[in-house]
Design a protein around this ligand. Structure first.
Ligand code: ADP
Length: 548
């Protein structure tokens, strides 16, 4: 960027500045002239008193004019009259007392012109002052060359140049400052507009958004957040009705999602009920995530809540329906099985009829197991599944080998290899029937969801406290966002929901409940397109506080 020489108007861009500068310059000029005159009068060095009085009067009039005239209403160049008149007035004063040194005063108007009108002013001021000086010298009767005739013009010229350069620099700096100021204003406007846009967008969406600062203060909360939370208000001022996922357990203020997020906790899709049972209430899924701050520190939390009341209510209605339907099915099924038993006990039953009745009995028994599972899952849908556990020291090796064998025909039919070479000799403190149910479920899932010709590996090992069963397949795997929901009742992955692969979405939920009741746990690792690994952990000996 190159700095521009100041134009005649650039210095006077602000009208009031122009007026004020003219008054200050002229007052200064007048004051110096007045002091010099007084000194002259006291030292009795006056040569021509009339000229001195004339000079002082003109100086006074010029000063009065500088203060009284509205220079801002006149063209900028008119203000040059003041220093021009001063140059002539100084010549008059110089003539009145040549030995007094009034000639030094020419520096003032010359500087004024340079500062105000750039290089043109500097040149004009220096020439005018020099000319007037020489005129006063040659006007004297005994005029002769003196060194000051050269020195004074040089001094005035040099000072004018310095004034011009200084003013040029300060003008350039002022221009830069005002440019930066304008750019800052534009940036601030942009930021403000963006902030307004974000606020408008946040207020338009129907999920609640709250941004919590690193120090726990609420920085932003949108309209939807306030709307969704409003149902939690109670008749008692200062208290709020907030309940856990079951809709019944009240949450104390410290456990409610926003309070937890303020403490820096993060959580994903937690179900919370706002509003007391029997009153207008909403089910919200709340997620809290940490925002990255500068230098890797936490930038606070972002809490997003979504109204899932309709979804949760529909889910419960479905569970209720399933539970009552399965309950209604159980009674006739039990009766069918009873009569089948009687029929099979009858003597003289032809072998073919017996074989048929046995098939009917097997399928009816299976049907009853399914109904029992559904009932177990939905009867106590809001808590865990009610299964009774009778643990004993169980040989897990035999149990797993029997389960693999039971699946052999099915796996072979689809050319799936089941490799159980990783099964070690381990026994554990479990309910053998329930444990078999869990292993059967994991193995049958591995076969059911696998593609033909796949590989399933089954492993069993133990450390000091736990036995570990691993069922690994190189099948289709499960998308990462669906993995956390696999153990939910009735949950089936998207990929299988609309296929002919049958299932109820209850197997894993029931298996997990069975394992937890025995002090164990099932975990899963799955990569879509690569396969899934289900890991069962169970204690090898009775626990101090049995959960069975
Ligand atoms: P079901 O098999 O009756 O649908 P489960 O509770 O046993 O119910 O399984 C839940 C869901 O988990 C299944 O619907 C399926 O989408 C997924 N799943 C379970 N095991 C596997 C596996 N080995 N590979 C891929 N998906 C699986």
């Amino acid at each position: 960027m190159t700095a521009r020489a100041p134009s005649t108007t650039s210095v006077w861009t602000e009208d009031r500045t122009r007026e004020r500068a003219a008054a200050i310059n002229q007052l200064l000029m007048g004051l110096v002239a007045l002091i010099a005159t007084v000194v002259m009068a006291l030292s009795n060095a006056i040569k021509d008193a009339d000229l001195l009085v004339a000079g002082v009067v003109v100086m006074f009039l010029t000063t009065g004019g500088a203060v009284a005239v509205r220079w801002n209403r006149l063209p900028p160049l008119t203000i040059a009259i003041l220093p021009a008149v001063n140059i002539v007035t100084i010549a008059v004063l110089e003539l009145s007392s040549p030995s007094a040194g009034f000639s030094l005063l020419w520096v003032f108007p010359a500087l004024w012109l340079s500062y105000s009108f750039g290089w043109g002013g500097a040149l004009a001021g220096s020439i005018a002052a020099t000319t007037m000086f020489w005129v006063t010298v040659f006007a004297l009767p005994n005029a002769q060359f003196r060194p000051t005739m050269v020195l004074l013009p040089i001094a005035v010229g040099a000072l004018s140049l310095v004034a011009y350069l200084t003013s040029r620099r300060s003008t350039a700096q002022r221009a830069l400052l005002s440019k930066q100021g304008a750019s800052l204003t534009r940036t601030l406007d942009g930021v403000r507009r963006q902030e307004e846009l974000v606020t408008e967008v946040l207020d338009a969406v129907d999920f609640g958004v709250v941004r919590i600062d690193a120090d726990g203060a609420t920085a932003i909360a949108n309209d939807a957040h306030a709307r969704l939370q409003a149902v939690a208000a109670t008749d008692e001022p200062g208290t709020r009705a907030i309940f856990a996922a079951d809709g019944l357990t009240p949450l104390d203020p410290e456990s409610e999602p926003i309070a937890r997020a303020r403490r820096g906790e993060t959580f994903e899709s937690e179900l919370v009920w706002y509003g007391a049972p029997g009153r207008k209430r909403r089910a919200l899924r709340v997620t809290s995530r940490t925002l990255p701050g500068s230098d890797g520190a936490s930038g606070g939390e972002l809490v997003v809540s979504q109204d899932v009341t309709a979804e949760v209510t529909a889910l419960r209605a479905r569970e209720d329906l399933v539970s009552s339907v399965s309950h209604e099915l159980r009674t006739p099924l039990t009766s069918i099985l009873g009569y089948l038993d009687l029929a099979l006990d009858a003597d003289g039953l032809p072998p073919s009829a017996r074989a048929n009745l046995e098939v009917v009995e097997r399928n009816a028994t299976r049907l009853l197991t399914i109904v029992a599972d559904i009932l177990a899952a939905s009867a106590d849908a809001r808590g865990g599944i009610s299964v009774t556990i009778h643990p004993e020291q169980t040989d897990l090796t035999d149990l797993i080998r029997a389960a693999v064998e039971g699946l052999d025909t099915q796996a072979r039919g689809r050319s799936i290899t089941v490799d159980d070479s990783g099964v070690e000799n381990v026994s554990a403190w479990v309910d053998p029937l329930r444990m078999r149910q869990v292993v059967d479920n994991l193995l049958s899932n591995a076969v059911k969801y696998h593609h033909d010709g796949g590989l399933i590996e089954v492993g069993l090992t133990a450390d000091r406290d736990h036995a570990w069963i691993v069922v690994r397949d190189d099948g289709p795997g499960i998308p990462a966002d669906e993995v956390p929901r696999l153990f939910d009742r009735f949950y089936r992955a998207d990929a299988v929901r609309h296929t002919s692969t049958h299932g109820s979405g209850l197997g894993l939920a029931i298996s997990q409940d069975i394992m937890r009741k025995q002090g164990g746990e099932i975990t899963v690792r799955s990569v879509e397109g690569e396969g899934s690994t289900f890991i069962v952990r169970v204690p090898v000996r009775p626990q101090a506080r049995s959960t069975a």
